[in-house]
Design a protein around this ligand. Structure first.
Ligand code: NDP
Length: 298
């Protein structure tokens, strides 16, 4: 059997960002609107700092306004809530993202609950979750939206496909299951208490792994010809690159999976680059909806 087609998430994300930039330019030209994204970083977690810097850079590259707020790890809860309320009231802000995790004593749920759901570009507010599961217009979390775009690009029509989502987090697994249901897939959700996980995986025509366990899904768990989306980002030792070196791998054992799957996302370069592109897409959509302007089909 031929090796799987490799799904180039980096290229799809670049294309999506270019479409968002083109639509942003049109919005400015036709309606004088510049979408704005406010990102709040509390504390100085190095990984979060890199994410926030990348988000700000790509926001500006797409022609949008970026409002970046860095607060000390000692920021009191009421100060953070007040800042979010300020963004809610600011007409130049269309999207609000509070970078998670928040340090120590801060209450993430309370902070997310303060965000105006119409500006909830991370899609984590309970109202966004409710809208997603009820099939109402709303904003869905960026990584699952990125997975869905990659699946549609690879398979076209998803209707009737048997999909298995491995992982049931609020951020990835659950919203992705809702999105796949919305596309009329037959969806199974698997997790750490699933009996005979390998057998469940083998039934799936679409297999999405979002567990956070390096190379857990083996080639012989995959149905021949299935489309495999690997959300996992795991850092593992890589002595082959030199002493003390590490590298990123997914939740799927790529080497064995690529021999069985029909199409597969690599790690890195698969789902990862889609997340920020989808954040920009959500911000543009929020900017249009808030002004009752026609939404671009992106
Ligand atoms: P969580 O830790 O929140 O959730 C992991 C899920 O996997 C849980 O539902 C858990 O089950 C399940 N799980 C854990 N171990 C097993 C097991 N041995 N067998 C079956 N199921 C298991 O992770 P996230 O959803 O936030 O992230 C998942 C992965 O995706 C991580 O590697 C993360 O780094 C990556 N990620 C990548 C992003 C990107 O942009 N590409 C964005 C977000 C995440 P249970 O509920 O029963 O505990």
């Amino acid at each position: 059997m031929a090796e799987a087609t490799v799904i180039d998430g980096k290229a799809v994300a670049a294309e999506l960002r270019a479409r968002v930039a083109a639509e942003t330019a049109l919005l400015k030209e036709r309606h004088g609107v510049t979408p704005g994204l406010a990102v709040v970083l509390v504390g100085d977690d190095p990984a979060s700092r890199v994410y926030v810097a990348n988000k700000a850079k790509q926001t500006v590259e797409a022609g949008m306004a970026s409002f970046e707020h860095r607060l000390s790890a000692a920021t009191p809860q009421d100060e953070l809530i007040a800042l979010v309320r300020q963004f809610n009231a600011d007409p130049t802000v269309d999207g609000i993202l509070v970078q998670l995790p928040l340090p120590g004593p801060l209450d993430e749920a309370a902070v997310i609950a303060t965000i105006d759901p119409d500006k909830d570009v991370d899609g984590l507010h309970v109202i966004s979750t409710g809208r997603l599961w009820s099939g109402e217009e709303g904003l869905a979390p960026c990584t699952p939206v990125g997975c869905l775009i990659l699946l549609k690009r690879t398979l076209g029509e998803l209707k009737g496909k048997r999909a298995l989502v491995l992982g049931r987090s609020r951020l990835v697994g659950k919203p992705l299951a809702a999105l796949l249901l919305g596309e009329h897939c037959t969806v199974t959700m698997a997790h750490s208490r699933t009996a005979d996980l390998a057998e469940e995986c083998r039934r799936a025509e679409i297999l999405v792994a979002a567990v956070g366990k390096a190379r857990m899904v083996k080639g012989d768990w995959i149905r021949p010809g299935a489309t495999v989306i690997d959300v996992g980002i795991n850092r593992v030792p890589a002595p082959e690159l030199g002493e003390g070196k590490t590298r990123l791998v997914g939740d799927v054992d790529y080497e064995s999976a690529v021999k069985v799957a029909g199409a597969i996302t690599p790690v890195p370069g698969g789902v990862g680059p889609m997340t920020i592109a989808c954040l920009l897409r959500n911000t543009l959509i929020a900017a249009c909806r808030r002004r009752a302007l026609p939404e671009p089909a992106i």
